[in-house]
Design a protein around this ligand. Structure first.
Ligand SMILES: Cc1cc2nc3c(=O)[nH]c(=O)nc-3n(C[C@H](O)[C@H](O)[C@H](O)COP(=O)(O)OP(=O)(O)OC[C@H]3O[C@@H](n4cnc5c(N)ncnc54)[C@H](O)[C@@H]3O)c2cc1C
Ligand SMILES: NC(=O)c1ccc[n+]([C@@H]2O[C@H](COP(=O)([O-])OP(=O)(O)OC[C@H]3O[C@@H](n4cnc5c(N)ncnc54)[C@H](O)[C@@H]3O)[C@@H](O)[C@H]2O)c1
Length: 451
């Protein structure tokens, strides 16, 4: 570095930024982060981590319900206020810790709104700085439904800090955020309506298992309304009334909207410096560069087909750091990406989907494995896997898992799919026993009890 204040400046401080920043720092580069809100971004503060902390006790309730009549007769009682205090105790300290740690290790932090002035100059709010390379890692935000009364619709950030749980909630959208939160709240006996614009929930997931999650939620009392478009929210003395274009009306105590997330492209100076973007995010080439070759894009703000998740943001951040360090000059090559819906029960999938095999039945063999029938699944009797084998090689090409332990199992299946292991390879290994992972892996083997 000669003429610039920094070798690399990241706008944003989420997973799309800090992994790469640490890698660059370790390699001797001078690095800065610009953050206008909480350090660490969405995932720890308002996303995955905060959600999982709140979800834990609900998972325990679900597990205990599975044992009813089989040794556990009383379900645990939830205390939301205590749970929320526990969440705050964990989550609120994370940005504080990062604020102490990051400058201490040698990365400068600018607290302000980052805006590109040209290919090398950035306005941080109160200071202008220069960088040889810039990484745009500004993430995304929950979209706001453009209807009358939109100010009464809460988003995921609000919900993740809600001090008291309402007795009734209308969820607008039946995507990941809504169904994950509805799965939890349902366990408190709240009255829940889910209004979905399209004819299905969780469109990215295998519909066989989505139908099972929807049926389970319906059995617990959630009312789903598909093919309905919300056109307004009115406030009255008792709460709110949500109306749809077809004339349905729902009285409720709380309105929650999760109708997709939008990339944070506004106010970044993109138009001024000539960087192209769409409504899905900033346009990049196969090296995650914009039309300005020293300006990269990482994480949720990219216009991409790959899922917008924490692990994909992390992968991109590390990839960009390798590009800048000259360790790698190849186009980005994503490995198989697992998707996990933290609904109750969970759905997780990796690789080739059952739907994709329909057009290639000569290439793939699909096996449905009811692993929940085993003794080691905490009486989660419905749990099931659909596993896709490549006929010619017998490699495991994909899997969908439905059940309480799907989120852990999918990481093992990710390893199997990504490394191209065959069921014979698995038979050459020894796994810890007894455990649900053992049974699931044994089932993949041709000589296993279900293989
Ligand atoms: C409720 C919820 C649950 C989720 N659950 C999961 C999950 O279970 N698993 C999973 O993998 N993913 C989950 N996600 C998605 C995950 O949080 C994101 O994919 C991930 O945070 C993306 O990281 P990022 O760094 O690209 O963006 P972010 O984490 O959004 O970080 C971007 C940062 O940039 C800052 N910023 C924006 N513009 C500027 C600017 N101009 N100047 C300075 N700073 C700026 C923002 O304040 C923010 O801190 C969830 C998301 C939500 C909302
Ligand atoms: N487990 C995870 O990995 C996880 C969890 C939560 C969030 N996330 C992140 O957040 C994103 C999901 O956010 P989301 O749940 O808001 O989006 P989504 O795209 O999953 O779901 C939005 C839903 O809202 C519906 N919708 C859109 N407009 C509507 C309208 N006017 N009326 C009624 N329904 C309408 C859509 O048809 C869709 O089903 C993910 O793509 C991911 O980036 C990931």
């Amino acid at each position: 570095m000669t003429d610039f204040d920094y070798d690399v400046v990241f706008i944003g401080s989420g997973h799309a930024a800090f992994h790469g920043a640490f890698k660059l720092l370790k390699a001797g580069k001078k690095v800065a982060l610009i953050e206008e809100s909480k350090l660490g971004g969405t995932c720890p503060n308002y996303g995955c981590d905060a959600k999982l902390l709140l979800d834990g006790p609900f998972e325990v309730i679900q597990d205990s319900q599975n044992y009813q009549g089989f040794g556990l007769d009383t379900a645990p009682q939830l205390n939301w206020e205590d749970l929320m205090a526990y969440k705050h105790e964990w989550i609120d300290r994370l940005p504080i810790m990062m604020k102490e740690l990051i400058p201490k290790v040698g990365i400068d932090v600018y607290e302000g709104h980052g805006k590109l002035l040209d290919a090398h100059r950035i306005d941080t709010g109160d200071k202008k700085i220069t960088a040889d390379n810039i990484v745009l890692a500004t993430g995304a935000h929950d979209s706001v439904l453009p209807v009358t009364g939109k100010e009464y619709i809460h988003d995921s950030k609000d919900f993740l800090s809600i001090p008291h749980l309402p007795e009734s909630i209308v969820f607008i959208g039946a995507g990941l955020i809504s169904l994950e939160f509805a799965s939890m709240v349902m366990k408190t006996g709240a009255k829940i309506e889910v209004i979905e614009f399209s004819d299905r929930a969780l469109a990215q997931y295998d519909q066989k298992y989505v139908d099972k999650v929807v049926a389970r939620l319906e059995a617990e009392g959630v009312n789903f309304h598909f093919n309905e478009a919300v056109n307004g929210v009115q406030k009255n003395d008792n709460g709110y009334v949500v109306t749809t274009e077809s004339g349905l009306e729902f009285a409720t105590g709380y309105v929650f909207g999760a109708t997709g997330r939008q990339a944070n492209t506004q106010g970044l100076g993109l138009d001024e410096v000539g960087i192209a973007y769409t409504k899905n995010g900033i346009s990049v080439d196969d090296h995650l560069r914009t039309s300005l070759k020293n300006v990269y894009v990482s994480g949720d703000v990219i216009d991409k087909q790959i899922p917008k998740l924490t692990p994909t943001a992390t992968f991109e951040s590390n990839y960009i750091a390798s590009q800048i360090l000259g360790e790698d000059d190849q186009p980005i090559n994503y490995p198989a990406v697992p998707y996990v819906a933290y609904t109750l029960p969970r759905i997780a999938q990796i690789g080739v989907t059952p739907e994709q095999t329909q057009a290639a039945s000569d290439k793939y063999e699909v096996k449905v494995l009811p692993y929940g029938q085993g003794f080691d699944t905490r009486h989660d009797t419905d749990a099931e896997m659909t596993v896709i084998f490549e006929k010619e090689t017998q490699k495991v090409a994909g899997a969908v898992i439905y059940g309480g332990q799907a989120a852990s199992l999918i990481n093992i299946l990710t390893f199997v799919v990504d490394k191209g292991l065959t069921n014979d390879d698995l038979e050459q290994m020894i796994f810890g026993f007894p455990d649900v992972t053992y049974s699931a892996l044994t089932m993949l083997s041709p000589n296993g009890f279900m293989g």
